[in-house]
Write a protein that binds this ligand. Structure first.
Ligand SMILES: NC(=O)c1ccc[n+]([C@@H]2O[C@H](COP(=O)([O-])OP(=O)(O)OC[C@H]3O[C@@H](n4cnc5c(N)ncnc54)[C@H](O)[C@@H]3O)[C@@H](O)[C@H]2O)c1
Length: 386
């Protein structure tokens, strides 16, 4: 395909040594208009053709990627990054993916503050100075929401907020397969079916608190006209390839990926009715690309200038549903590799997150959603056979 340099769009991706960075980069590298500048504190690799989110048969331009290693908590590095030749004459957009994940942030709040907030502030200021008005797409998280959860009653046509409930650390039972999955032992309900825009974020974890602080900083930068910000509040990404991570939610991928590789994994709670809000890597990348292409008039006009957050759609999935899908697509024998060992610390973080959200607002913005728990697992198992 002939190249048109007038159309060249330079995209910065931070956290490019993690999960989402390489998947998004692979997708962008199949389109000749994009140049990607990939950065991480570990040496980022240029993703290979056929990486999950890109098709093995589509055109691919790895020569359009530049990698640079550095620590985004360093003002010197951040200054050099925004002035990098691959970001000139201007950046079209910056995806902020770097970070310290939930369990690691809880264990080291000072590190989380430096990486999850201070570095975002540094980078936002540097982008504003060097690339004023640039689109910044920030990966936030549903961990910004916490108790008290608005509990709801749902009828066939309406959903009504009825009360706020206290948090719970109760496991809500053993690993039996009965129950709806939404009630924990003390009666608190984690199911939330109110529009996220109507629910004030009250994070109950260091990670969630620092993500929210970064959101506030970026919202203010947008309101002032310094940057063009969209905040993507991501569901837990599952099934995540690679290795277990420092996220409390890591087991939601580990329990599929590790048994499929013949390895044991640990699920840190014994309540198989526990549900989490999940999205596949492919759907998250698709939605990131859709946000990148939003123009100034349609979807963006729906977001107020001081509140740029968008809930990325997910589906509420129980541990039981993931186990059933693993047995169906990977084989019953894989279930023997899952050990259920309660971990009070992890469980406390996990139960501070809501398990379901109303995604109508997100769908109205034109974002995609996964089909089912079964489809999440099937896609992953099929990707291993491809
Ligand atoms: N994956 C999910 O389930 C999920 C869910 C909600 C939100 N998010 C958010 O989305 C973003 C991307 O997620 P991911 O799964 O790709 O994350 P990841 O943990 O796989 O990658 C994060 C990357 O940030 C890098 N990093 C850490 N400290 C750094 C520093 N000081 N300087 C430069 N780089 C540094 C790490 O080396 C790592 O490669 C994260 O910010 C995460 O908080 C992810």
């Amino acid at each position: 395909m002939p190249e048109d340099n007038r159309q060249t769009k330079n995209i910065l991706i931070t956290g490019a040594g993690g999960l989402l960075g390489p998947l998004l980069a692979a997708r962008l590298l199949s389109d000749p208009q994009y140049r990607v500048l990939l950065t991480d504190v570990v040496e980022p690799a240029v993703p290979q053709r056929g990486t999950a989110a890109s098709s093995p048969s589509s055109p691919y331009y790895p020569e359009h990627a530049t990698t640079v290693r550095g620590d985004l908590t360093s003002p010197e590095f951040v200054g050099a990054l925004v002035a990098h030749p691959a970001a000139q004459p201007r950046l079209h957009a910056a995806f902020l993916f770097h970070g310290v994940m939930s369990a690691a942030a809880e264990a080291d709040p000072a590190l989380s503050l430096r990486v999850n907030f201070d570095s975002v502030r540094l980078l936002a200021d540097a982008l504003r100075a060097r690339h004023p008005g640039v689109r910044v797409i920030y990966a936030s998280s549903l961990a910004v929401f916490g108790p008290p959860f608005p509990t709801t009653t749902t009828t066939t046509t309406t959903t009504t907020t009825t009360a706020a409930t206290a948090p719970t650390t109760d496991g809500g039972g053993d690993n039996s397969d009965s129950g709806s999955g939404s009630n924990s032992g003390d009666g608190a309900v984690r199911r939330v079916k109110v529009p996220p825009s109507a629910w004030p974020p009250t994070p109950q974890s260091t990670y969630g608190a620092h993500k929210l602080m970064a959101e506030v900083y970026l919202n203010e930068a947008h309101r002032r006209g310094w940057l063009d910000v969209v905040i993507a509040r991501l569901p837990t990404v599952s099934v995540r390839p690679g290795k277990p991570t420092g996220a409390a939610s890591s087991f939601l991928s580990d329990m599929i990926r590790e048994p499929m590789a013949g390895r044991e994994c640990v699920v840190p709670l014994r309540d198989r009715c526990f549900r989490a809000f999940l999205a596949s890597p492919a759907t998250v990348v698709e939605n990131l690309v859709r946000v990148l292409s939003w123009d100034g008039r349609r979807a963006l006009a729906l977001l107020p200038p001081h509140a740029r957050q968008v809930l990325f759609p997910g589906i509420a999935v129980s541990i039981r549903e993931l186990r059933d899908a693993l047995a169906r697509h990977g084989g019953e024998d894989k279930l023997r590799l899952i050990r259920e060992v309660e971990d009070e610390g992890l469980e406390r973080i996990l139960r501070s997150w809501a398990e379901d959200f109303d995604i109508d607002e997100s769908l109205r913005l034109g974002l995609a959603v996964d089909e089912s728990a079964d489809a999440l697992v099937r896609q992953y198992v099929e990707s291993l056979r491809a």
